[in-house]
Design a protein around this ligand. Structure first.
Ligand code: NAI
Ligand code: MG
Length: 509
């Protein structure tokens, strides 16, 4: 059996045991995947992945260190000069199409592993697999369409640009969409001809490992896609600072983003930082209230609020604020919370640390006078799992962490405003600038505000608009660089300019 097949077989065992809720010692998996071979950390150290719905260990996996990262970086660099370097762009696209097919064929396995690792409702995990496949197909189709240009320098010259792959790239992903984030940055990197080392979040390694094993089965040569599982400040930091790495793509917290950006900067390597937000949804009195409510519910509670572009501040025009909140509470009360395998609307938060953080934001807000219109604690009758109810707050002190910092839980806070200028001032008052939404029936107002809001993405009369085609990213502390779309592929391309001086006479003639 190939190493990839063996890895997938162990992952199947982990998925089945996890879904069945088997107790006892969790299976062990060699989760460092280098040169299409799976192995344990050189140190022998392991980490545990836990099912956050049941607080049962799901798998013991490898805690990669500096030496493992070094081996992966060497492999990625070597692969650039090997078979992969000679693989035509169209063929790279074919391999990505093949990998997309493999993801879909393995959808049930991948969805089960994702729900096991992060607790998200099973049908949402299936949706994430479909999204990852769509992402790969978009990039597959673009692989042979990233054209250079010719530069007009006049009769004596031919000057043109070629797009070279950036090189060996590092991908550091978070735990909220492990497979989706892996596909989002690896898809364009591989389309562009780069090689990669992926360091998934320590809470959620399993689908990333499956992704690499499936890539190997799809025909990607050894070394093109390597995975080193481990901790952020060990494996992650070693990877970002590795001299053989030519570029870094990071998604996660602002605090870690600063460290990653500084480290990449020391090596003078380009970096893409996607760092989350405190995203405002602005609802004017003239908005279609049903659509605005849909946007608020989906935006605030999807993935239990663990989305970089979640709605976390609800800015409501004073005339409609009370009625909107009453209806929002009515709708949100209907949402089910539970074990991801029972496919509720909301699963648990990913970890005890995340639960503690969200609880902390809530407690501080309550102490300073906030009013919970809905939720605020553990769902009734739940004794296990890192659950938190859908929560709606009013009267939140603007100096609270809940009002100012990324909470990353199913918690939304309402703030009243009167008029466009005040809405804009509140929306732009924080250091974040990832996503924002405007609900109004006045198209001029919507477009006026869309241009003035400090955010990488603005949605009008909807939320979570767009897919792999639409670029996403932040301004201010939400980071820099754009992922998805053609912009996402450009992250992995290096432009080379070639100039030719053309002699104006025939040699010897
Ligand atoms: P984090 O930003 O520390 O972790 C994200 C990834 O970075 C993980 O793979 C981690 O192992 C890695 N990492 C950590 N330290 C590193 C370092 N020094 N060098 C290189 N890589 C490193 O996020 P964490 O601690 O898991 O979550 C904390 C908060 O971050 C959350 O409460 C949430 O607010 C925010 N977050 C935002 C995300 C987003 O998509 N905007 C995703 C995940 C977390
Ligand atoms: Mg987990």
């Amino acid at each position: 059996m190939s190493a990839a097949a063996e890895t997938l077989s162990v992952l199947k065992d982990i998925a089945e045991r996890g879904k069945a809720g088997a107790s006892g010692r969790a299976p062990e998996i060699a989760s460092i995947f280098i040169d299409s071979e799976a192995r344990h950390a050189l140190s022998g150290a392991t980490l545990v992945s836990t099912n956050p719905s049941r607080e049962i260990p799901a798998a013991n996996f490898s805690r990669g260190g500096r030496e493992d990262v070094h081996a992966a970086a060497v492999s990625a660099r070597r692969a650039l000069g090997g078979e992969w370097g000679g693989t035509a762009p169209q063929r790279r696209g074919e391999l990505l199409y093949a990998l997309a097919d493999k993801l879909e064929e393995s959808s049930e396995l991948l969805a089960t592993l994702e729900t096991l690792d992060v607790g998200k409702p099973l049908s949402q995990s299936r949706g994430d697999v479909a999204g990852a496949a769509a992402t790969l197909r978009y990039n597959a189709g673009a692989a042979d369409k990233m054209e250079g240009s010719s530069v007009p320098l006049g009769a004596e010259y031919l000057d043109f640009t070629e797009h070279e792959p950036l090189g060996a790239t590092a991908h550091i992903t978070p735990w909220n969409f492990p497979l989706g984030m892996a596909a989002r940055s690896l898809g364009p990197a591989l389309a562009a001809g780069c090689t990669a080392v992926l360091k998934p979040a320590e809470q959620s390694p399993l689908t990333s490992l499956a992704f690499a094993a499936l890539a190997s089965e799809a025909g990607f040569p050894p070394g093109v896609l390597n995975v080193v599982t481990g901790l952020g400040d060990e494996a992650g930091a070693a990877l970002v600072g590795h001299p053989m790495i030519d570029g870094v793509t990071f998604t996660g917290s602002v605090a870690t983003g600063r460290i990653v950006g500084a480290s990449a900067g020391r090596n003078l390597k380009p970096v893409v930082l996607e760092l989350g937000g405190k995203n405002p949804l602005i609802v004017f009195a003239d908005a279609d209230m049903d659509r605005a409510l849909d946007a608020a519910v989906e935006g605030a509670f999807d993935n239990s609020g663990q989305v970089c572009s979640s709605v976390s501040r609800l800015l409501l025009e004073n005339g409609v604020k009370d009625e909107f909140l009453r209806k929002l509470v009515e709708r949100s009360r209907e949402l089910t919370v539970g074990d991801g395998f029972e496919d509720p609307d909301l699963g648990p938060l990913v970890s005890p640390e995340q639960l503690e953080k969200v609880d902390g934001h809530i407690a501080q807000a309550l102490e300073s006078g906030a009013r919970a219109l809905l939720g605020g604690g553990r769902p009734a009758g739940v004794s296990k799992g890192y659950f938190i109810e859908p929560t709606v707050f009013d009267n939140v002190d603007v100096n609270c962490r809940l009002a100012r910092e990324e909470t990353f839980g199913p918690v939304v806070s309402a703030f009243g405003f009167s008029g466009e200028a005040e809405a804009l001032a509140i929306a732009n008052s924080l250091p974040y600038g990832l996503a924002a939404g405007i609900h109004t029936s006045d198209i001029d107002r919507a477009l006026r505000l869309a241009r003035r809001i400090e955010a990488g993405t603005v949605w009008i009369n909807g939320w979570f608009i767009g897919g792999v085609q639409a670029p996403t990213g932040g301004v201010k502390d939400s980071g820099y660089g754009r992922e998805r779309g053609i912009a996402g592929i450009r992250n992995y391309i290096r432009i080379k300019n070639i100039g030719v001086h053309i002699a104006d006479h025939c040699a010897g003639g």
